[in-house]
Design a binder for this molecule. Sequence first.
Ligand code: DGJ
Length: 738
Amino acid sequence: MAITYDSDQRIFHLRAAHCSYVFQIQKNQQLAHLHWGRPLQEPADAASLITIEGRPFSTQLDPEDQGFTTEFMPQEFPAFGSGDFRQPAFEAVWSDGSRVTDLQYQGHEILPGKPQLGGLPAVYVESAAEADTLLVHLADEAGLAVTLQYSVFAEANVITRSVLLRSTAQEPIILDRALSTSVDFTDSDFRLLQLSGAWGRERMVTERSLTQGLQAIESARGASSHQQNPFLALQRSGSDEHQGEVFGFSLVYSGNFLAQVEVDPFLQTRVQLGINPRDFSWQLDPGETLQTPEVVLAFSDQGLNGLSQTYHRLYRTRLARGAFRDEPRPILINNWEATYFDFDEEKILAIARQAQTLGVELFVLDDGWFGQRDDDHTSLGDWFVDTRKLPDGLGGLGTKINQLGMKFGLWFEPEMISPVSELYRKHPDWCIHIPGRRRTLSRNQLTLNLARTEVQDYIIEQISSVLQSAPIEYVKWDMNRHMTEVFNPELPASRQRETGHRYMLGLYRVLEEITSRFPHILFESCSGGGGRFDPGMLHYMPQTWTSDNTDAVERLKIQYGTSVVYPLSSMGAHVSAVPNHQTGRITPMEIRGHVSMFGNFGYELDLTELNAADLECIKQQIAEYKAVRQLVQQGTFIRLLSPFAGNETAWLVVSEDQNDAYVGYYRVLAEPNPRHYKVKLKGLDPHKRYRIEGTQWSLGGDQLMYAGLNIYQIAREIRRRRGDFTSVALRLRAEEGR
Ligand code: DGJ
């Protein structure tokens, strides 16, 4: 059993594959956190894991025991207002206006498997043997029952946490904060890692050391956002990509979130994640419940790569769902950067015909096929085909693309409405707005109020009828603005701060319904690129458009940062034209291919305008990607050299049996008279020999890892090629019987 309860010491010991998580019921019936990290033998000794002692000025909960205080006690789910002055995990306002909370242990259950969370995305199991679940029931006598849910994975260093809050009061209670997790550490000897950025430079690896006080990231934009990702890691001092302890916190949610770290006066650390309390509250009427989103806690004693690999495996196989979860993802061509809004059927078919000769498998028709949408000012919401551009409709175009031997895919932006649209003329009140106040635009559009059931139903039916009307096998689900004037006229004044979370619950209902109605369709989410690249969306759609920035050099950082949490099988990565549309940079076709091949590969340019040499290069890239596709999409990804650290980037993917590997190496700027570049590979079998395809070299896994891959000797073209932006991708195959 992965979860034990020692009734003598009153401690719970949760054992995931190679880590322990231990907490204890204190004499005041509150839960104190004792340990999370490397596994401890049973029984863990509670008394020596925790120090509870009074300090000058500290609160005293028990007049008989002056040293007993929660003020500095590491806790499991800290309450508010009676002894702990650090950040609480939840806050309740009782009917008399008082706000003190005090959660006391009532009982617990240990269950095989992992129950699903009502209406929210979450990690799942396929058999009860994969995880055990602990439910700890707590109660505040003022009228709140709280169940802490922990699921412990047998084969991964993963513990998921979420919380169910239920009112037992006679009068409504207001929850002003309901975070999903709170974990205390007894020191702060960590570097904090977060994935921060902006549109076009999402998920930049950002690190800082901890200091006394609060350090937080958040989104209050109505989406998880380009600016911050709902993820934090604490890296032990001295750890790096390959060794040392790292603790990960990943929130399975796509809306406003808070991820914060507080260091107290004794340099203890509290980490908390959940729905952003800013602009949130939730009214619980008697008997009602609120389920918080899930946080996936992961532990690695093999550095940041070890942590990433844990998330990759879990999110690829037990967060993503559907027919495409384990299937090879098609190589696609998307017409956005080729045509923007300016296309007709002949133009689309010309690109598709060229794509087919090169081996592309899927054509994706992007924005501009519906209503009167010749630019981004109109038509969102009017999901009927523009026959000026596509006289034979989507059915006609889809059939012609199918006849070329390719699949057909379509772009939508279902959550939005243009003020210039038929939908807006009919339903001006369906957008998020405050009656009588300005409706702030962004990209000339407004957001539909998905907190309203009739709006959800409308989207489900509209999108379903388009998907039924044509042979569509892929959908790109876009979302291109953040929320303002957040208000829901259906709710009373006192409940307005529920709107943001109600929108997310509505969105998840829509996604669940549409993805289960059309199981043969591969869905890719998008939000102006990677503005909603989060585990919540990955539960419904197994891949995401990583960024609108398609520049190969920028993509090194974006994909490197994204890979801290998300698997390669979740990252859309396309070769685009030069000069690059976002940066103006001119890079060779080779590096654009070599970067994109470490993701779900595709193209985003006008193939009819390329010269013969580029077309030949693309043909080879497609053949190469088909050969490595399964390895890239399902292998173990390892970061080797960071683009955040210098001029070189390197990474590789290794198959589970260690017989197959694919290495990407990139040098951004040329150097005169360069040094001897060597990259120490990882993850190979030191006892095997690997043939490096396309070269005369066959080298031991030990040599490749401990002495390094001699880049200039093995990839001679890198040295010969002059100029900036050089790269190579090498396939390594273990030799039979060696
Ligand atoms: C934003 C997306 O990220 C782009 O790829 C493209 O689909 C545009 N929207 C279309 O409006």
